[in-house]
Each structure stands twice: as structure tokens, then as C-alpha cells.
Design a protein around this ligand. Structure first.
Ligand code: GLT
Ligand code: MN
Ligand code: MN
Length: 412
């Protein structure tokens, strides 16, 4: 192939994107409770060892692009849109007005707001540091975010306590730090009750997001399960207002089975918000777009969520790779992430209706029939042949994923 000069590269990407096919129209995409984070689209490709590869993009452009793609909701950190030094000032409210206008003009709604409690140097010792002034400042920041959330019509607030931990042992006392962290959450929940009453709106759903490592070396609430324990520890004055925002990759990072994490959150009635992406077990937070690494796992997860009627947001918390250009972020990366999600969602519906999986599942549940329940050998013999259906179900799921159940074959 001849070299492709720079002025022909976008056209090539567009042509190949079209050739890929499988794109849903924006109207279809809008039917899903998908949200596009401000920070995901604004990510410039930088990392500890990486310089940025993309130019800065502001919220007005991002919201416009999301609108064109058909991503119906938008989420943001306070400092994604408002510099730290002007938080709480008139300038903040002027920016909030601009956000409202952009959302309205492009047919989007703000679903979630989150407080940045990890980037600025004020959080060097975390959001629940020893110094009372840091903790007061944290409370102020949380309340201010919720205020912005109400103003923008959001229903969810997310908290990612990635800086709640330590890098050197013994420097902090864990129980004390967790108590202080709970005080921050209590303050924001109590303030939210007042704000909601004042505005005649429901309180926000306050969702904790876990990540097992990064940026602290050791993290006090590293998993969604740890957070469930924390919510029920008795430290929170309003545990009913606090739930979870698990992130797919964050649960995979510690080696967990994400579907099982979600199942535990569902049973606890705390699966309120879900950050969707992909990546690898026991690696750092690579935030790859949904379905690019573990499509079979994703299919299974969506079967679980669909069968339990999960109706919260699916937040596209991934980072377009640093090899993707500014143009590629909106022309290819976001649309293709959304479309893979929709395809997997529809496949999950097909799995739920599949007559083979249905019959196999029912047969397994029916067992082999009456036998002496105190006799291990008799119980084993009663359903021995049925158990082959476990592997058959797994095979059928892969068939559905690969389209083999519709006659797609190779070299037959
Ligand atoms: C940060 C983190 C994400 C969280 C964001 C919410 S911040 O980008 O890596 O997983 O969802 O605060
Ligand atoms: Mn996340
Ligand atoms: Mn992540």
C-alpha cells in the first residue's frame, strides 16, 4: 500500500468505519441510559510515562458531539469544568449556566456529578486527612458538587476515594480515617436532604466507586464489597442514601469475577450506577472501551443485569487510547463503544429467550427426580447426565456471541 498522506487519513478512517458496519442510528442509541463522562472525552492521552497526544476539548464541544452521536446523558467532575480556584464563586454559576445551555441545545441531560478528591495537591493526604481543615474543605467540595448536581438536574453523585489510603505503613490509623471519611459522606447527605427539600426534588443517589490500587499504594476501600461493608458499618447517618457505582475494570483489576460483584450489589439493593469499560485482570487501570477485551464476560454481565431489571446509568468510563486522534474520539471511538454495548445488550436479550439455554437451565433446576436425599451416591447418580448441560450452556453463549447459532460457519 502506498503511504497515506495526512490530508487523506480522516477520510480513510471514515471509509473503514463505514465498512465495519454495525452502526446504530443516534435515535436508537438515545433509548439507552448511556452517559458520556466529560473527563473521558476530554482525556488528552497523558499518563505518568506519556505526554498528551490530543488537544484540549471543552465541554461545549463534547456535549455537542455526544448529542450528534446519540449519547443522551453527560456526567462530570466539578473540576472538569470549573477550575479549583473559582469553585463556589459567581464564575462557577456562570459556567453552570453555559453547561445548561449546551445540554439543552443538544438534547442531553446531566445524569451524574462527582467531586474530584484526588488530583489537586490539597488531597495529598487524601480527602479524610488528619488536618481538620482538609476535611472541612472536603465537606465543602462535596456539598458544592451536589448543589451543582441539583442545578443541572442530575440524579446521581459518585465518589471515588482513590486517595483514601497510604503509601507508607503506619502513618495513618485506618479506623480513624474511615470514621473521618464517613463524616464527609454524612455531611453531604444531610446537606442534600436540605437542598432537595428546598428545591422540591428527590435527593441524589450517592454512589461509592472502588478501585483496588492507584493512585494510593494501599487503599482503605478497595472493592465494592468493602464498600458494602462500610455502608452497613453503622458509621453512616443515612446508609439508605448511599449505594455503589462499581466499575467493570476496577473489579477485574483485583482478580474478581465482575458478574459476582454485581450480583452481590444487586442482592444488597445497592447497584445504582455502573461504570462500563474493559481491560485485563491484575493490571493497572487501562480503561479500554467496553467489549474490546472481554466480550463474552460482558455478554454474561448484561444477561445478569437485564434479568434483574437494572435501570440505572451505564457510564462510558473509558479512555479513548492515546493513538486515537481528536477526530477519531468522536468519529469512531465513542460511536463504536456505544454500538458494541447495544449489540451486546441485544444479544443478552437473545440469550434470555434462547430455547436451548432455557430448556437446559430448567432441566438443571428440575434435577433428576425423587431419590433419597440422605444418600450421596443416589443424589449424584440422579442428575449426573444433566450436568453436561453446564458446558453446553457455555458453548451456546459463545455460539450466540459469534453468530454461530445463525449458521455462521468457517471452512465447513
Ligand atoms: C477517575 C477514575 C474513574 C472514576 C472517576 C470518578 S475519576 O477518572 O479513574 O474511574 O469513575 O471520580
Ligand atoms: Mn470509574
Ligand atoms: Mn478505571
Amino acid at each position: 500500500m502506498n503511504p497515506v498522506p495526512p490530508n487523506q487519513q480522516q477520510a480513510l478512517v471514515e471509509r473503514l468505519t463505514k465498512a465495519c458496519g454495525g452502526a446504530y442510528p443516534p435515535e436508537t442509541r438515545r433509548k439507552f441510559f448511556l452517559s458520556g463522562p466529560q473527563w473521558a472525552a476530554a482525556y488528552e492521552g497523558q499518563a505518568l510515562f506519556h505526554a498528551p497526544t490530543r488537544e484540549r476539548v471543552g465541554f461545549e464541544d463534547i456535549i455537542r458531539h455526544y448529542g450528534e452521536i446519540g449519547i443522551a446523558h453527560w456526567s462530570t467532575h466539578d473540576t472538569d469544568i470549573i477550575p479549583t480556584r473559582v469553585l463556589g464563586t459567581e464564575e462557577q454559576w456562570a459556567t453552570v449556566e453555559r453547561v445548561k445551555k449546551a445540554l439543552q441545545e443538544n438534547g442531553l441531560r446531566c445524569s451524574m456529578v462527582t467531586t474530584e478528591t484526588f488530583f489537586h495537591e490539597v488531597w495529598a493526604a487524601g480527602p479524610a486527612a488528619e488536618a481538620p481543615e482538609v476535611r472541612e474543605y472536603a465537606k465543602y467540595r462535596l456539598k458544592n458538587t451536589v448543589k451543582i448536581g441539583h442545578e443541572l438536574g442530575a440524579s446521581y453523585a459518585v465518589y471515588w476515594p482513590g486517595s483514601l489510603g497510604y503509601s507508607v505503613q503506619g502513618a495513618i490509623e485506618e479506623t480513624q480515617t474511615l470514621r473521618w471519611y464517613a463524616e464527609g459522606l454524612n455531611a453531604v447527605c444531610e446537606a442534600d436532604i436540605e437542598m432537595a427539600r428546598h428545591r422540591g426534588r428527590p435527593t441524589l443517589k450517592h454512589c461509592l466507586e472502588a478501585k483496588p490500587f492507584e493512585p494510593q499504594a494501599e487503599i482503605l476501600l478497595p472493592t465494592s464489597d468493602a464498600m458494602l461493608g462500610f455502608i452497613n458499618s453503622g458509621l453512616l447517618t443515612h446508609p439508605e442514601m448511599v449505594g455503589l457505582n462499581p466499575e467493570y475494570l476496577h473489579e477485574l483489576m483485583w482478580g474478581g469475577a465482575v458478574r459476582a460483584t454485581l450480583a452481590r450489589a444487586l442482592l444488597a439493593g445497592k447497584l445504582w450506577h455502573f461504570d462500563i469499560n474493559d481491560g485485563y485482570k491484575l493490571k493497572h487501570d487501562v480503561d479500554i472501551a467496553v467489549g474490546l477485551v472481554n466480550p463474552l464476560d460482558w455478554l454474561n454481565i448484561l444477561v445478569l443485569l437485564r434479568s434483574h431489571g437494572y435501570n440505572g446509568p451505564f457510564n462510558l468510563d473509558y479512555k479513548p487510547p492515546r493513538t486515537t486522534s481528536n477526530f477519531g474520539v468522536f468519529s469512531f471511538s465513542f460511536p463504536s463503544a456505544v454500538d458494541r454495548f447495544i449489540t451486546l445488550w441485544e444479544m443478552a436479550g437473545e440469550v434470555m429467550e434462547d430455547p436451548i439455554i432455557k430448556e437446559a437451565t430448567e432441566a438443571l433446576k428440575a434435577g433428576g427426580g425423587a431419590t433419597n436425599p440422605h444418600d450421596a451416591d443416589a443424589v449424584t447418580a440422579a442428575n449426573k447426565e444433566l450436568l453436561t448441560l453446564h458446558e453446553l450452556i457455555a458453548h451456546r453463549l459463545v455460539q450466540i456471541l459469534l453468530g454461530l447459532h445463525r449458521g455462521r460457519v468457517f471452512s465447513l
